[in-house]
Design a protein around this ligand. Structure first.
Ligand code: TYD
Length: 218
């Protein structure tokens, strides 16, 4: 039940659609490797075999396919597999784990977005994840219309079918943007908000500076 002792660092990337998380994770991974760290990049939902199976149930199909409470249970089942099989073992070996989304996405999407009571999600978190938390959470923030425009362009390019959440209405995306900003205000020692509406080089410089200040990566 309890997370294994860790010598690595756990950094999560959060934000709405089209904030550029994937690009920024790859850039930070390159930088940390150049500083001599072992780095594992992973994502949620997913990051372990069972969790990837659950992901395929969640990210495609009709927007109302799941009741929001069922969706929370599936996400936490996937998260538990991910922690046990990937995140905790990697941290125990001293790796820096960079994760594309984690539990703040459940608070934002299912809680602020779909009105699942926040205490229910917090209770699931403490039962399933325990006291473990990210060392640093980078919340990439962008205007909703700009972010959705970027995400739609990406989906057209890739013919992606993993767009169930992107297809939710604009007020849903506004609620989750405000949710992420509130999460950051409530946990300032863990979270940093990054203005993602810049050239990717500027955003990666901002992120590198935050990681160095908060976690002394060098
Ligand atoms: P993904 O294609 O990885 O989206 P993105 O590139 O925006 O990160 O799909 C993951 C989707 O799952 C994303 O739309 C957000 C959603 N999600 C939740 O609703 N709750 C969660 O707890 C997590 C981890 C993801």
């Amino acid at each position: 039940m309890i997370a294994e002792p860790r010598s690595g660092k756990f950094i999560t990337f959060e934000g709405g659609e089209g904030t550029g998380k994937t690009t920024q994770i790859a850039r930070l991974a390159d930088y940390l490797r150049s500083e001599g760290h072992d780095v594992v990049t992973t994502r949620e939902p997913g990051g372990a075999p069972g969790a990837d199976s659950i992901r395929s149930l969640l990210v495609s199909g009709a927007t109302d396919k799941w009741d929001p409470l069922s969706e929370c249970l599936l996400l936490f089942a996937a998260r538990r597999e991910h922690l046990n099989k990937t995140i905790w073992p990697s941290l125990a070996q001293g790796a820096w784990v960079l994760c594309d989304r984690f539990a703040d996405s459940t608070l934002a999407y299912q809680g602020y977005g779909h009105n699942v009571p926040i205490p229910f999600i917090e209770q699931l978190y403490s039962s399933i994840v325990g006291d473990f938390a990210p060392d640093l959470t980078l919340i990439l923030d962008i205007d909703v219309a700009v972010g959705l425009g970027r995400a739609n362009a990406r989906n057209t390019d890739n013919d992606s079918r993993e767009d169930r959440f992107e297809r939710m209405d604009i007020s849903f995306h506004e609620r989750l943007r405000q949710g992420f900003l509130e999460i950051a205000r409530n946990a300032p020692e863990r979270c940093a908000v990054v203005d993602a509406d810049h050239d990717p080089d500027i955003v990666s410089d901002l992120i590198r500076a935050m990681v160095n200040t908060r976690l002394a990566a060098t």
